[in-house]
Ligand binder design. Structure first.
Ligand code: PMP
Ligand code: GLN
Length: 381
């Protein structure tokens, strides 16, 4: 064997891979990794087939199919008011993960500091570290996981290059409010700080609330990479299709990396999604659709011994379980999978340091009968 110095010596296999594998091994109902167990639209699948039959099977343009970038620009302006030039400010990516990695690698230099909030989605910190950046994180507290902006202020110094936001938030299901935006704007007003805004659950905001996209606020928009995911939006996580929005000066740097990381992404899917997006109902119907699932899951769990935390957006429901056990969430998640037959994600996996907070995350993007079966089992705990 040739000796290799690991670039990520502390990193193991992701919790999503681990829990899904355990669920499969034990034949458990998998509410761990976030993906729907129902089909995506047959109409969308037909559009992909048609694009393939029509011969759209060679490389797409590096930044993405112009027709798709045009539709993304239209959607963004219609929903949030933010204007993006499809030629210079929108790039289609292989999922949000690639967009996040690309944005971080485009702008983070050794010793640059990046502020993020934990629990945090797992792909942010490794990308920062690989670029030689330094993660500065603020741990948020259940049940409400609100950001204490005065604490953020204390983390900012002249090395701070970026703040990573994620709303709706995975795993806590919180959303940024207008007040958060006000605090954020005031905090970074005269500072050279960029924002990476992970908005993959932009269409999954409940109870009539508004998604606070950075694209609503010109002063934030001009310093932000905004990332979204068609996998999440169109119930097709396996397609790995997403995009990044950023002002031209940032997108220029983003594309320098994108072109060597993937060059371009799946052509027939881009044709299909460009067509599908013309019907705004394909995404405007999502809050109602998922809110119903959230409410159905929460109602079912009402008489369980879990304590459900608030859920304002995303397709995740978190819960504490003091009444059941004082096991660590990582141990409890494994036992639930093996003995009860329901897999969930231990939220401690979203903190870099070990934590005593004991919270499980359940994905409710599931068919009613899946939710029924899972709830029936969870009520026995
Ligand atoms: N960010 C968050 C918060 C996520 O939950 C996910 C998982 N879908 C991603 C990014 C990655 O999205 P994609 O599957 O499009 O790479
Ligand atoms: N975003 C999904 C989740 O939070 C998982 C994606 C993945 O497996 N990397 O469960």
């Amino acid at each position: 064997m040739i000796s290799v110095i690991s670039k990520l010596p502390q990193t193991g296999t992701t919790i999503f891979t681990t829990m899904s594998a355990l669920a499969n091994e034990h034949g458990a109902i998998n509410l761990s990794q976030g993906f729907p167990d129902f089909e995506c639209s047959p109409g969308l699948v037909e559009l992909v087939n048609k694009a393939m039959r029509d011969g759209h099977n060679q490389y797409a343009p590096m930044a993405g199919l112009p027709a798709l970038r045009e539709q993304i620009a239209l959607k963004t302006e219609k929903l949030y008011g933010g204007v993006y030039n499809p030629d210079t400010e929108i790039t289609v990516t292989a999922g949000a993960t690639q967009a996040i990695f690309t944005a971080i690698s485009a702008v983070i230099h050794p010793n640059d500091e990046v502020i993020m909030f934990e629990p945090a989605y797992d792909c942010y910190a490794p990308a920062i570290k690989l670029m030689g950046g330094v993660v500065k994180s603020l741990e948020l507290e259940p049940p409400n996981y609100r950001i204490a902006w005065d604490m953020v202020k204390r983390l900012i110094n002249n090395k701070t290059k970026m703040i990573i936001l994620n709303s709706p938030h995975n795993p806590t299901a919180t959303i940024l409010t207008k007040e958060d935006i006000g605090e954020l704007s005031a905090l970074i007003k005269n500072q050279d700080i960029l924002i990476l805004s992970d908005e993959v659950y932009e269409h999954l905001v409940f109870d009539g609330q508004e998604h606070q996209s950075m694209a609503r606020y010109p002063e934030l928009q001009q310093r932000s990479f905004i990332v979204s995911s068609f996998g999440k939006t169109f119930h097709a996580t396996g397609w790995k299709m997403g995009y990044c929005l950023a002002p031209a000066y940032l997108m220029q740097e983003f594309r320098k990396i994108h072109q060597f990381l993937v060059f371009s992404v799946n052509t027939p899917l881009q044709h299909a999604i460009a067509e599908y997006l013309k019907d705004e109902n394909t995404y405007l119907s999502l809050p109602g659709f998922f809110q119903e699932k959230r409410d159905y899951f929460r109602k079912g769990m009402e008489n369980s011994r879990f304590t459900l935390l608030p859920c304002a957006g995303s397709y995740f429901q978190s819960a504490t379980y003091e009444a059941i056990t004082n096991e660590k969430d990582s141990d409890f998640a494994i036992r639930l999978t093996r003995e009860i037959g329901v897999a969930a994600i231990p939220v401690s996996a979203f903190y870099r340091a070990s934590t005593e907070r004991r919270v499980l995350r359940f994905c409710f993007a599931k068919m009613q009968e899946t939710i029924d079966k899972a709830v029936e089992r969870l009520l026995t705990v």
